[in-house]
Write a protein that binds this ligand. Sequence first.
Ligand code: ADP
Ligand code: ZN
Ligand code: MG
Length: 481
Amino acid sequence: MAEYEVVIGLEVHVQIKTRSKMFCSCANVFGAEPNTMVCPVCMGYPGVMPTPNHEAIRKTIMAGLMCDCDIPSYSKFDRKSYFYPDMPKNYQISQYDLPLCLRGRIHISGKGFSGEELPDKYIGLTRIHLEEDVAKLNHLGRTSGVDFNRAGVPLMECVSEPDMRSADEAYAYLTALKQIMQYGGISDCDMEKGQMRCDVNISLRPFGQKEFGTKIELKNLNSFRAVHRAVNYEIARQSELLDAGEKLRQETRGWNDDRGETYLMRTKEQAHDYRYFPEPDLMPITLDLKRVDEYRRQLPELPEAMRRRFVADYGLTPYDAQVLTMEKALAEYYDCGAKLTKSPKTLANWIISDLLCELSASGQTISACPVTPEHLAAMIDMIDAGAINNRIAKTVFAEMASSGKPPRQIVAEKGLAQVSDEGAVIPLVEQAIAANAPQVQQYREGNEKVVQYFVGQVMKLSRGKANPQLVIKLLKERLDG
Ligand code: ADP
Ligand code: ZN
Ligand code: MG
């Protein structure tokens, strides 16, 4: 099989978190009884007038600024005509030639979905435009129902340049985009609630060829994992056709997640003509620089900036920083604790290995976690100060996770403080030596590793509380003497 260069561009729809819909005052909520969040405007009754939601416009511009987009001073809405049961007006209010955001970019780096290191690069964003979502069709056996609660919900479409070169890069781009939207409070991007939806455009070309190959558009991708799988499936399918000397047709294909394959939905000949024209019921959007600058000042710290800060200020590896910024709440948790402890790298290790395991085992979110960043930082400082050892810290951590008590209180109540007093440890060391004559013999014959065995014995006798450094020192003094 010949090797081809993979070219991928993504079109991602993101629902904007607002109180009301895009052009009416109906609530923007998920999961309500079907057709209870509707009014004449979002139901497309004749003669009604749309009123734009300024919060949705602001959030779209914020999203654009976070992706380094230009924000043109003049933008407008257009009608996209089409006929389908999910759209009562038979046109969708969208944006065509003058969207709110143009020419942005999103940075990807770190470890990809498959675990290997990604190239450090920017994926271009062509545009972000604002539109209204359409109704949801629910297919129940042989009948279908239409739920208009979703019709008119503010929706952004983020169109990327064809800059991705693998399934891993597409996955990383989606992860980065989702993080930006979440950090900015633009959307929760919960794919199970349809808050983020993704179409994939993919083509192959021989390495070195300048022109792009014929692109195939993939729809119905319900998770990032599905995107990853579908891309790899298409790479194999298209390679095979090209190898056989076939010419690809431009087509739209669906993804069947159960079968793990794509299937033909329609060819280019069946493509719609949307007959876009300016929406006559809405004023164009004019933005002066002052307003855009004001929005710029409202921007939160972005995941990428946070990762760089974590590496520079707290001595983390890029991988630690990648894991800890996965979710905004987790990043804020770490940042809060790291400011309190003298060992922010140790804190990162505890969060990544112990806290995240604990959360996934208990099914808790970081915000509801009983272990506060203050408590975890305090526990790490206790380890550093020698008040408890690492083994006891595991017990303290488990107790913090179940009771939410501060570590000092747990150590005091359970008598877990590390014993660093020679007078208390010497008898235990002597007891261990007296009870293990064969091991003493082995040590004296030159087997240094036996020391670890003795450390284990003394720790057991102290019920884990002896200071391990002190134990080693005392053991050596006696064994060598
Ligand atoms: P269309 O006119 O069919 O909507 P666009 O040019 O608007 O196509 O591009 C839609 C999406 O497809 C964009 O994300 C773009 O990056 C991507 N794209 C365009 N051409 C290709 C190609 N040859 N291979 C892969 N993706 C492509
Ligand atoms: Zn409405
Ligand atoms: Mg297009």
